[in-house]
Design a protein around this ligand. Structure first.
Ligand code: AP5
Ligand code: ZN
Length: 212
């Protein structure tokens, strides 16, 4: 299936997308991870304000559409099934996506704002395989070490409280309006993201099975 997963920063998009990729055998296409792998890329010839994606990302601002649209277009060009996570984040990206592909399922994860701040400031990520943990809600067996691969866990540059608040405000201003564009879409399902990861997964899996 072709799945789009939407929701605010910290809603659990990455966490649930990993499970979708494993369970349904689809490709996890994530602009956040793709951009983090290319933080130092030279984008100065693309008519942007700053010269690298990292300068936007560390403060929690959106990377310019011209950079992100090209990345997604390329990533989707050679996959059949996918779960798209982190895109679109504004109306113009939604329009660009509409020209790239159709979608079978559109999932929206709902989580209250204060919970998002706690999730993001406590997140730890494996530097080798990208698996997400949380210092309280989702702890690895051994502190600071990835269960999956033994890699070291680190805190993302944009998970300090100031960047988190900015990411949430960018979400409200730019991305929340995008939800309305999908409200009438086939396969649109709102999911209560304020449950344990396993409970959310049950709802996510059921929705994809029903809609795809
Ligand atoms: P991106 O990487 O996409 O960040 P985000 O949208 O802020 O989303 P997150 O990864 O922070 O949250 P998530 O919903 O995936 O939650 P997760 O599963 O990790 O983007 C980063 C930056 O890149 C942007 O700010 C921007 O600069 C740039 N960018 C990316 N896409 C762009 C685009 N399209 N256009 C322009 N710029 C773009 O979970 C969070 C934490 O909560 C984890 O610790 C996890 O363990 C825990 N958790 C998960 N589920 C639960 C649960 N049910 N209960 C308790 N804890 C939970
Ligand atoms: Zn790992």
């Amino acid at each position: 299936p072709k799945i789009l997963i939407l929701g605010p920063p910290g809603a659990g998009k990455g966490t649930q997308s990993e499970r979708l990729a494993d369970d349904f055998g689809v490709e996890h296409v994530t602009t956040g991870d793709a951009l983090r792998a290319n933080k130092e890329m030279d984008i100065s010839d693309m008519d942007t304000e700053y010269d690298t994606p990292g300068e936007y990302m560390d403060r929690g601002d959106l990377v310019p559409d011209v950079v992100v649209d090209a990345m997604v277009g390329e990533a989707l060009s050679d996959v059949e099934g996918f779960v798209l996570d982190g895109y679109p984040r504004n109306g113009d990206q939604a329009e660009a996506l509409r020209e790239m592909t159709d979608l079978d399922v559109v999932l929206v994860l709902d989580v209250p704002e204060e919970e998002l701040v706690d999730r993001l400031t406590g997140r730890r990520v494996c530097e080798d395989c990208g698996t997400n943990y949380h210092v309280e809600f989702n702890r690895p067996e051994e502190e600071g070490v990835c269960d999956e691969c033994g890699g070291d866990l680190y805190q993302r540059e944009d998970d300090d409280e100031e960047s988190v608040r900015n990411r949430l405000s960018v979400y409200h201003d730019n991305t929340e309006p995008v939800l309305e564009l999908y409200a009438d879409h086939d396969g649109y399902v709102e999911i209560d993201g304020d449950q344990t990861p396993d409970e959310v997964w049950e709802d996510v899996r059921a929705a994809v099975e029903a809609e795809a």
